[in-house]
Design a protein around this ligand. Structure first.
Ligand code: FDM
Ligand code: MG
Length: 204
């Protein structure tokens, strides 16, 4: 049987990375199979390095160009992800195409335009959306260091995330303790049915 394919989405400083690490450990233990974490953007690739410069040092790129780079950065890792799933290993994603779409749409670009480059990517078995208010997130360590970590922008992203999550995600309250959030995530993940074939993303 193929591995489990789980994505975690949320605002900046919603605790995604911590929870992804915990979920990897949990899946390794409970399924007995290797579990891999992929983080998007993957800043280690050549495209990821341009993305990193854009996020951290204000390199100028048009909204369209950076959007396509974020999407290309997913496509450049997808064959590796599929191969692991087919071997029966699990894959956890720290952000995926929903982040890609809502962060760019929050800048004022059209939903359909934002969606197009990601059409055809494999759909996760479950996408968890960690909710935390932009105000609470902004109190967390090192907030404001990166380009999008501004409350007004995060509020626009949050509104889009909430709308999209209704049909595409399981929402998890991420304002509790690390332990409480991890338990809620583990419960959601246990109920997931794993189909043999991966669906192809056809829109939100
Ligand atoms: N981000 C992330 C996007 O704007 N588009 C994308 O496709 C992805 C994957 O990049 F503000 C934004 C979200 C965030 C920033 O992500 C860096 P991390 O997860 O904070 O490293
Ligand atoms: Mg961030």
């Amino acid at each position: 049987m193929r591995g489990r394919f789980i994505a975690i989405e949320g605002l900046d400083r919603s605790g995604k990375s911590t929870q992804c690490d915990r979920l990897v450990a949990h899946l390794t233990e409970t399924t007995g199979n290797k579990t891999h974490l992929f983080k998007f953007p993957d800043r280690s690739t050549p495209m990821g390095q341009i993305i990193n410069q854009y996020l951290t040092s204000g390199v100028a790129l048009s909204d369209q160009a950076i959007h396509l780079l974020f999407s290309a950065n997913r496509w450049e890792r997808i064959e590796d992800i599929k191969a692991l799933l087919e071997k029966g290993e699990n894959v956890v994603l720290d952000r995926y195409y929903i982040s890609g779409i809502v962060y760019t749409q929050a800048k004022g670009l059209e939903r359909q335009w934002c969606t197009n480059p990601d059409l055809g990517l494999p759909v996760p078995d479950i996408t968890l959306f960690l909710t935390v208010s932009p105000e609470v997130a902004s109190q967390r360590g090192a907030y404001g260091e990166e380009r999008y970590e501004k409350i007004a922008f995060q509020k626009r992203v949050a509104a889009l995330f909430h709308e999209v999550a209704q049909r595409n995600c399981i929402t998890v309250d991420a304002s509790g303790t690390e332990e409480e959030v991890a338990n809620a995530i583990n419960q959601c993940v246990e109920t997931v049915q794993i189909g043999e074939a991966l669906d192809k993303f056809s829109g939100l």
